[in-house]
Design a protein around this ligand. Structure first.
Ligand code: ATP
Ligand code: MG
Length: 419
């Protein structure tokens, strides 16, 4: 059989039992981040295109190449969200959330859309879980968020990851750095990739994020932003480092990291894994102290991060040795084999009671007892309960334990307690 329809390129289905693993990851995020004060927010998956242009920036790969933008029937320019922060900042300003007591902390889960070249760990629709915190400028909140992210990754059992941090300065010190960078790249301009030639004009910082080998070579001796940070940014960064040290959170200082979005200021961080090949970033984030005011809200420092669900799930699967990786992959606890219409009705009633008690129950609606037993076996059920004419008369049901082969008979009223 040939399917008549298949999913779009780079867009995939997440099927059970994998969805159980995703649920486990999402539950762990709530369990770890709830005590830090994070509550879920559900922003829409589409926004006016302008929102992303103004925040992520024209010079970013996302805006330059990866947006799913279209004109809707009302003639509005709309985009599927490529990331979550811009929408959450829009919501924060639109709903006057700055009037609520600071800090305001949000957690989100959901699909993001980027028109990228699909490959392992890189889809066109992918899911992120992320967190945003508004209203605290102190590096304490940076340390708190980074520590929370690390705790979450530990909670889901992710191993072999490393945390990299850097500061990319603020509107006081970054312009000078951009000038330095431009001066450095001027003699190499012809050798840079076409994208970086554009970045050179629009935002030379982006060149530091390019993945093309010859650009990586050229930038090896590029000036470092740490050399041009203003005193306030230096103090903020050393404050963060002091706190991470005090917390025993291990990190690498990566003076080359800049991140791919324009809205970041000061702290940026990324969690990388050993296991994902080229797509080794599992989570990333940073401060965006200017974005709320840029969107028309009051001056509000903020910080956030996002983690890629597919990459987290893939790493957990690769590292797993047994079946425990799929916690939601349950087989029915009980399979009820039925013979005749009346038995099926009875089965439905009994199943309802068992299900209300949380048991996973499947019913064999028709066919011979033998074929239903085969079905039960295939389904991985723990027990089969049989209902035929005799059972209906006596009110006693025969059962068989499919795991150890034992069998017996139980009165209808006692079924619930038995299984
Ligand atoms: P990369 O360098 O791999 O392109 P990025 O810097 O573009 O990542 P962010 O915008 O920081 O990624 O998004 C945060 C996380 O979302 C990434 O660390 C990654 O785990 C995940 N992610 C980003 N893009 C994709 C994608 N196209 N497919 C799957 N996961 C993605
Ligand atoms: Mg990217």
């Amino acid at each position: 059989m040939k399917p008549r329809f298949t999913a779009l390129k780079g867009v995939s289905d997440v099927l059970p039992p994998e969805t159980g693993l995703w649920r486990k990851i999402e539950n762990a995020a709530c369990e770890v981040m709830g005590p830090y004060g994070y509550d879920e927010i559900k922003p829409p998956v589409m926004e006016q295109t302008e929102l992303f242009l103004r925040s992520i920036g024209d010079s970013s790969d996302i805006v330059a190449k990866e947006m799913y933008s279209f004109t809707d029937k009302g003639g509005r320019n709309v985009s599927l969200r490529p990331e979550g922060t811009a929408s959450i900042v829009r919501a924060y300003v639109e709903h006057n959330l700055s009037l609520r007591p600071a800090p305001q902390k949000f957690l989100y889960f959901g699909p993001m859309f980027r028109y990228e070249r699909p490959q392992k760990g890189r889809q066109r629709q992918f899911y992120q879980l992320g967190a945003e915190c508004f209203g605290v400028a102190d590096p304490g909140i940076d340390a708190e968020m980074i520590t929370m992210l690390v705790s979450f990754l530990e909670k889901i059992g992710l191993k072999g990851v490393s945390l990299e941090i850097n500061s990319i300065g603020c509107k006081e010190c970054r312009p000078a750095f951009k000038e330095n960078l431009k001066a450095f790249f001027t003699p190499h301009l012809d050798s840079l990739c076409p994208d970086c030639q554009r970045r050179y004009e629009q935002n030379p910082l982006r060149i530091l994020d390019c993945k093309v080998e010859r650009c990586i070579q050229i930038r090896q001796n590029a000036p470092l932003i740490s050399e041009t940070l203003c005193q306030d940014c230096k103090d903020h960064f050393s404050g963060l480092i002091g706190l991470l040290d005090a917390m025993g959170t291990s990190y690498f200082f990566n003076p080359h990291m800049v991140r791919g979005l324009d809205y970041y200021t000061r702290t940026v961080f990324e969690v990388k894994s050993e296991g994902l090949g080229a797509q080794n970033a599992v989570a990333a984030g940073g401060r965006y102290d200017l974005l709320v005011s840029e969107f028309g809200g009051p001056d509000t420092p903020a910080i956030g991060f996002a983690a890629g669900m597919e990459r987290l799930a893939m790493l957990l699967k690769e590292a797993a040795t047994g079946e425990e990786v799929f916690p939601g992959a349950a087989s029915p606890a009980i399979f009820i084999a039925t013979l005749g219409k009346e038995a099926a009705t009875e089965a439905l009633k009994i199943a309802s009671r068992l299900r209300a008690a949380g048991k996973r129950v499947e019913i064999g609606w028709s066919g011979s007892l033998k074929s239903q037993m085969r079905k039960a076996d295939k389904s991985g059920a723990g027990h089969v309960v049989m209902i035929g004419e005799d059972e209906l008369k006596t009110g006693k049901f025969k059962w068989k334990n499919l795991k150890d082969g034992s069998s017996g008979e139980t009165a209808k009223e006692e079924l619930l307690a038995k299984f």
